[in-house]
Design a protein around this ligand. Structure first.
Ligand SMILES: CC(C)(COP(=O)(O)OP(=O)(O)OC[C@H]1O[C@@H](n2cnc3c(N)ncnc32)[C@H](O)[C@@H]1OP(=O)(O)O)[C@@H](O)C(=O)NCCC(=O)NCCS
Length: 149
């Protein structure tokens, strides 16, 4: 299994994984065209963030996305991990462990990155177990939002 930065040609599989992720974890149907445009926009502009994919042979079997959040308290960037998904047939075989390890190593080597963060649906027990196994802990924050569109 190989971990690599996603390329524009990965847009279809990443968009499909995102739709599967939303359905599986929140029973939410994402609009196909909108997600496709959203994935494509990030792949075309590295200032927005990056995707990393796990590949077995030439098949993409897992993914995550990184976006950045400036922390004025720390004078550094948090990397937020989002869009985490491993194809069902490949779960529990270390795919996410490897994706996470790759990004963690990269973050540690990149000057100015002060940490990794993520949020997850409160009922996602599998994801919670995986994040805890990989050494992440829950900070004393809650997420608020105001949806505009
Ligand atoms: C959560 C998810 C990404 C985990 O990916 P994975 O490739 O199966 O995870 P790994 O095999 O790399 O496991 C990493 C660690 O988490 C633990 N873990 C993974 N799935 C687990 C589960 N269902 N129950 C308990 N522990 C679990 C593993 O034991 C492993 O620790 P170990 O290596 O010390 O044994 C995968 O289940 C998934 O894609 N789920 C659907 C989408 C989703 O929930 N995404 C997260 C959104 S926030």
């Amino acid at each position: 299994m190989k971990i690599r930065r996603a390329r524009p040609a990965d847009v279809d599989v990443i968009a499909q994984f995102n739709r599967s992720l939303a359905w599986e974890t929140e029973r939410r149907r994402l609009n196909r065209a909108q997600v496709h445009r959203g994935v494509s926009a990030l792949l075309k502009d590295s200032r927005r963030g990056s995707y990393f994919v796990a590949e077995e042979g030439r098949e993409v079997i897992g993914q995550l996305m990184i976006t950045r959040e400036w922390s004025d308290w720390r004078n550094g960037d948090f990397w937020w991990i989002q869009s985490v998904y491993v194809a069902a047939a490949f779960r529990r075989s270390g795919v996410f462990r490897k994706l996470f390890g790759h990004v963690r190593g990269l973050a540690a080597r990149t000057p100015g990155v002060c940490g990794l963060r993520l949020y997850m649906h409160t009922t996602n027990r599998r994801a919670r177990a995986a994040y805890e196994r990989l050494g992440m802990s829950r900070p004393h924050y809650e997420v608020f939002e105001l949806e505009l569109r």
